[in-house]
Write a protein that binds this ligand. Structure first.
Ligand SMILES: [Mg+2]
Length: 226
């Protein structure tokens, strides 16, 4: 019997395009003003110093801004870039300039499940801090209360069955009492291998239906009956 639902974000509760089409351009557009306005704050100071270390030389503020813009364009996974983007997005969400999109079918079902007594958990590669920021500022308002807990890759890779076993242990349920929802076929296979029930989301704008995929594939949360 299912007692909890473990849910991915991108491609599952929300469109994949949000990060690429909204968040990244937003951080690039705000970068210059954000750094110039906040450069004396200790947390920003530290990031700016890390960027100089990364570049291996002293840099002016304008040079730093240019380097960061290049890194965004090149989609570099560099820690100080991630950190400064995190601060810019935080400000964007908190001032209402950014709103996190959540598919209506996902929102409706999650409310229904919560009301019926199922526990809901998030497992995403975005940090738990970023997840909480996201669900506190959605198009439906602050929906953080829906969730009983959050997991990120600190518990392990989403493609490793061990991660799902650890999550089940942490939640205090058997893996087969948990339904895992994701658009990613590798994640679905890993969760199934760990013993969880699984359904793969194939939303029109996010993913493609796979022939011969061994697990159920659905277009929206509406198709799920717990
Ligand atoms: Mg996903």
């Amino acid at each position: 019997m299912i007692k909890a639902v473990l849910i991915d974000i991108e491609g599952t509760t929300s469109p994949i395009s949000f990060v690429k089409e909204i968040l990244f351009p937003y951080s690039k557009e705000k970068l210059e003003n954000f750094i110039k306005e906040n450069k004396d704050k200790p947390e920003v100071q530290k990031i700016l110093n890390d960027i100089k270390k990364e570049a291996g030389k002293d840099l002016t503020i304008d040079e730093i801004i240019q380097i960061l813009k290049n890194w965004i364009d090149e989609d570099k996974k560099i820690t100080p870039l991630k950190e400064i983007q995190g601060l810019i997005w935080k400000e964007g969400f908190e001032t209402g300039k950014l709103k996190a999109p959540v598919y209506k079918d996902a929102y409706d079902k999650m409310i229904e499940w919560k009301n019926k007594g199922y526990k809901l958990y998030i497992y995403s590669s975005g940090s738990t801090t970023a997840q909480k920021l996201f669900f506190s500022h959605t198009e439906f308002g602050n929906i953080l209360d829906l969730f009983s807990g959050h997991f990120d890759t600190k518990i392990g890779s989403k493609k490793d069955p061990t991660s799902y076993q650890k999550i089940a242990q942490t939640i205090g349920l058997k893996p087969d009492e948990i339904l895992f929802l994701s658009d990613n076929p590798e994640e679905i296979k890993a969760a199934a291998k760990a013993g969880m029930k699984v359904k793969r989301l194939v939303r029109e704008q996010d993913a493609e239906y796979m022939e011969n995929f061994p697990y159920e594939q659905i277009k929206s949360f509406e198709e799920i009956d717990l």
